[in-house]
Ligand binder design. Structure first.
Ligand SMILES: Nc1ncnc2c1ncn2[C@@H]1O[C@H](COP(=O)(O)OP(=O)(O)O)[C@@H](O)[C@H]1O
Ligand SMILES: [Mg+2]
Length: 162
């Protein structure tokens, strides 16, 4: 089976409140198969970290999920999977990613979740799935767009595909 971008339409999901944002993470968690890279875009406070918390905790992490705003990346070692949660908001130059050895994080056993991926444009490895969160008057609208076969498989397995 090949990935055909034209056949894979973006999926839109309405999230009424914070609980539903966490639940979207839970839904995707059940279908995660590394290696996988997710890009999370949306304004400050849109819910990128909230979604990440739902995803990371559903995958088995017991503690808190902190926003890696100052550390750039927060690692979580789980059975059979390494999760790297990036927040590139404070990155002033994408080149800094080279210095932190960015490619080493994107391994076969990795799930990489990246907030503010635009800041790493040109150097950051490509995404399997784009997740864009928009403010509505009440709640949020999320648009999920597969970029690879792995991303499409994830959406289908999580029962999110159109
Ligand atoms: N679907 C939703 N509707 C309304 N508020 C939400 C929703 N999802 C999350 N929130 C709230 O929005 C804020 C999101 O913060 P955060 O996840 O840190 O955003 P980001 O990482 O995108 O900057 C939190 O205060 C959270 O309670
Ligand atoms: Mg955040």
């Amino acid at each position: 089976m090949d990935f055909d971008e034209e056949e894979m339409l973006p999926v839109k999901v309405y999230l009424e409140n914070e609980i539903e944002t966490v639940s979207l993470g839970t839904k995707l968690a059940q279908a995660i198969q590394p290696p996988l890279t997710l890009y999370l875009s949306g304004e400050l406070g849109a819910g990128k970290t909230t979604f990440s918390r739902g995803l990371i905790q559903s995958l088995g992490h017991k503690g808190a999920v902190k926003s890696p705003t100052y550390t750039l990346v927060e690692p979580y070692e789980l059975a059979g999977m390494d999760i790297y949660h990036f927040d590139l908001y404070r990155l002033s130059d994408a080149e800094e990613l080279e210095f932190m050895g960015i490619r080493d994080y994107f391994a076969d056993t990795s799930l990489c979740i990246v907030e503010w991926p635009d800041k790493g444009a040109g150097i950051l490895p490509a995404a399997d799935l784009l997740i864009d969160i928009k403010y509505l008057q009440q709640g949020r609208e999320v648009t999920l767009t597969a970029q690879t076969l792995a991303g499409e498989t994830l959406l289908t397995a999580a029962k999110l595909a159109n």
